[in-house]
Ligand binder design. Structure first.
Ligand code: GLN
Length: 506
């Protein structure tokens, strides 16, 4: 029974709990056992809260027995990326500077999970402060890709994606500033969604690039991601960027994708600049083109379009994001949170602060703080930060032009499959190149989904769809339609995982 419960999708598990076939406590125990069995190898979790999760599960079961009105996902356990605060549960953002910090409050999305009765299994690993594309920048060791333990699980949300891919959790939360939900989803064969900017409250998510950051779902199916999005989305006064909008049910949008002709006549644009070219593995392009063929079979109209400024999105992002980081990370000052290093001899505030930041931040965080401070400094502001803002505006115009012609855009989520651990450690720009296809959506604030499109040399490849702001529902419809069409070809092969982990999976 233990193994079977972890193999279910969140929707199936919710149904099994609802009908009394199983309980939330049993489902939570099964996932905790799975974490015990495989997380030594995967390292998806920074902290596991077995007692807390089981108490929440018992409460969900109690509410069900009492006949309370419950959410569609009630009782289904979930994992939370460790840059989202959880009351009473250590939150580190995978940084030494926050090690041991126990937040006094819950993030908005965590409040929502608790209210909806989803037990929180624990906190997942990430690149320090969500800066990176491989989870190797975690101060607490890298997460490994469940498909091949010698490979990276993507980043920064490699922990959330790997936890879901390795059946340690049916669902997880991530954050996406430049691709950190979608790229890990692509390289782990899972589903990840970056909602419209402002669609999910960031209250209680540790700010990195505030004009870009967005919280979203990670799951193994499109419907599961939609169900979780329904739980966490919607307006919250405590995040001033939160949109007050009557969002439709994303689960309904996903189910609509399963109907006949759901994508018939849908106009899909392929932005040439982020769908082929230098740095794209041929096997990724071949897989992507095969997915486009399936979409055509389903009745969609696929056209290639030019979005010339998308080529400059990475360069603009790696000025804007560090600029915002340099100011957001100023709050880790040795006084208010976490680590404090007092150097020998007479200490003044400045020396304590500098010793703390020198010891507490890893190399990538320091690199970005320095870069961002430089890009904002007087004399360089116009040339770097100002120029990057202009590029951002042009990218937004390219999106507007594109969406005047098509309903959604499609591209590979990542130019390559998962690379081996350490492979891109020597040159940060190699790591940044992994974000070529995901960053445009963040610069424009539009929603995007990644879902598995196939395998290249036995490793997962993801396809990404982007839609106009507030049209997240479209992503779930087209995503579910394609998922269903591809599943017919592939069966369960896509969820097989690394041989080392299979034994415990099935
Ligand atoms: N890989 C990107 C970066 O390093 C994206 C990070 C993110 O989305 N949090 O900044």
């Amino acid at each position: 029974m233990t193994d079977r419960l972890t193999a279910l999708t969140a929707a199936e598990l919710a149904e099994a709990i609802r009908t009394g076939e199983t309980t939330s406590v049993a489902a939570t125990e099964a996932h905790l056992a799975r974490i015990d069995a495989v997380d030594g190898a995967v390292n998806a979790f920074l902290a596991v809260d077995a007692d807390g999760a089981l108490a929440q599960a018992a409460e969900a079961d109690r509410r069900r027995a009492a006949g309370d009105e419950l959410s569609p996902l009630a009782g289904v356990p979930v994992a939370v990326k460790d840059n989202i605060v959880t009351e009473g549960l250590e939150t580190t953002a995978a940084s030494r500077i926050l090690a041991g910090w126990v937040p006094p409050y819950d993030a908005h999305v965590v409040e929502r999970l608790r209210a909806a009765g989803l037990p929180i299994l624990g906190k997942t690993n990430l690149d320090e402060f969500a800066m990176g594309s491989s989870t190797e920048h975690s101060a607490f060791g890298p997460t490994r890709n469940p498909w091949d333990l010698e490979r990276i699980p993507g980043g920064s949300g490699g922990g959330s994606a790997a936890a879901v891919a390795a059946f340690e959790a049916p669902l997880a939360l991530g954050t996406d500033t430049g691709g950190s939900i979608r790229q890990p989803a692509a390289v782990t064969g899972t589903v990840g969604v970056k909602p419209t900017y402002g669609g999910v409250s960031r209250y209680g998510s540790l700010a990195m690039g505030s004009s870009l950051d967005q919280i979203g779902p990670a799951a193994r199916t499109v419907l599961d991601a939609a169900l979780l999005h329904d739980v966490i989305g919607g307006h919250d006064r405590r995040d001033q960027t939160s949109i007050d909008h009557a969002w439709p049910s994303f689960a309904d949008a996903a189910r609509a994708g399963l109907g006949d002709g759901a994508v018939k006549g849908l106009r899909i644009g392929v932005p040439r600049q982020i769908a082929e070219g230098e740095g794209f593995e041929p096997a990724v392009i071949a897989d992507f083109r095969a997915a486009l063929d399936r979409l055509r079979d389903l009745g969609a109209e696929v056209t290639w379009i030019d979005t010339e400024t998308f080529e400059y999105a990475v360069a603009a992002y790696y000025l804007l994001m560090p600029a915002e980081v340099s100011s957001n990370l100023a709050r880790y000052d040795s006084v208010r949170y976490g680590l404090r290093v007092v150097p020998e001899g007479a200490a003044n505030v400045e020396r304590v602060m500098s010793a703390t930041r020198a010891a507490g931040f890893g190399d990538e965080a320091k690199r970005r703080i320095l870069l961002g401070t430089y890009a904002l400094s007087s004399g360089y502001y116009d040339a770097y930060y100002g120029k990057a803002q202009q590029v951002r505006t042009l990218v937004q115009r390219d999106f507007a032009d594109a969406f005047a012609q098509v309903d959604v855009l499609a591209a590979p989520t990542s130019p390559t499959v998962a690379w081996t651990l350490g492979e891109r450690g020597d040159d940060p720009t190699k790591m940044y190149a992994a974000d070529l296809t995901t960053i445009p959506a963040n610069l424009a604030g539009v929603p995007a989904i990644s879902l598995p499109s196939g395998l290249a040399d036995g490793l997962p490849v993801g396809i990404q769809f982007m839609a106009p702001a507030r049209e997240d529902a479209r992503l779930y419809t087209v995503g579910a339609a394609l998922e269903a069409a591809l599943d017919a070809d592939r069966g369960a092969a896509l969820l097989a995982g690394a041989p080392e982990l299979q034994e415990a999976t099935r």
